[in-house]
Design a protein around this ligand. Sequence first.
Ligand SMILES: Nc1nc2c(ncn2[C@@H]2O[C@H](COP(=O)(O)OP(=O)(O)OP(=O)(O)O)[C@@H](O)[C@H]2O)c(=O)[nH]1
Length: 332
Amino acid sequence: MSHPFENLPTTPTAEEVVDKAFSRATRAGGAKEGVEAQQSMLMTASNIVSDNLQNVAQSWPTIDELDPFYVELADAVVGEAYPSEDDPGVDALKQHLSEVSWAGRKAKEIRQEYEGRLVRGDKDTARKLRKQAFARIADVVEEVEGDLAAVSTARDALKGLPDIRPDEPAIVVAGYPNVGKSSFVNRVTRADNEIASYPFTTTQIRVGHFEDQRIRYQLVDTPGLLDRPPEERNEIESQAVSALEHLADAVLVLVDPSEECGYPLAQQLELRNDIQSRFDVPVLTIANKSDRSTDVEADHYMSVTEDDNVEGVLQAAVDAVGYELELPFDDE
Ligand SMILES: Nc1nc2c(ncn2[C@@H]2O[C@H](COP(=O)(O)OP(=O)(O)OP(=O)(O)O)[C@@H](O)[C@H]2O)c(=O)[nH]1
């Protein structure tokens, strides 16, 4: 499994749950007669409803136990998927899941309540009571119709998350549009279609991979997130940036001193300063397009299109990550 939401099963609709429960119940009842037939129908319908609804809730990971990167990212993704809720995000999702679970338990309770009464009556009374119980079970499922739909929406949105792993070293690439971020990522990650994109609000998260000393590194490009001043990010985008803070082991801020990208260098460096103050990991300033200009003080210079020092920058990024990962051992 590559991320905790990848294998979530499809969420049934309320109608599907009810249809399945009652059609199976009819079949089960057909095999028996009299009061027994009614008992069997009730039991089947109630079991199917409670199993299906409780499965919905149980198929989800316990969100609070996930890596904070996933919690933040899920919060942003679900927030985006629930535009009309007062308090969108994973808290709303948790609430929907708990309603669905409640309905599953309630279906069981209704069966228990009617079971005893069914045996005591004659055939006609049993039939009447069974119908009553069915109506109540159907009502309960209908009550969580919206919750099931919301769970389904969240599931679909989260299933498409890119394969980003918080337990693998991650180098985040930042910088204004057109400074050369995607040229860099494409240049250094293996070309075998490894770049996975995830459309996210107005933006994407792109992940590519490379290996160094048998360690797999993730190179995360975030066009639309870390490519403009923080005040221009909406709430959901800011949250996605918080997720990246949990993920990043190093950040490469690409700047284009030639200003061919269309943004003044001073503005690009301001973004770098903001990222530096926000991220708690090494942040390297990489001046790209060195074939055009080197007119800035940077940690490294490179030109992606000329292939100049691209490998050197990658090595510097790996070294920065290594420095981060080894820190705890240095304290001993
Ligand atoms: N001369 C020169 N041009 C470069 C260099 N690196 C990238 N470019 C050009 O700059 C333009 C933008 O590069 P991209 O890689 O698309 O930039 P980006 O930062 O990913 O842009 P967004 O995807 O919009 O965020 C392209 O036309 C590249 O060919 C370089 O080192 N030198």
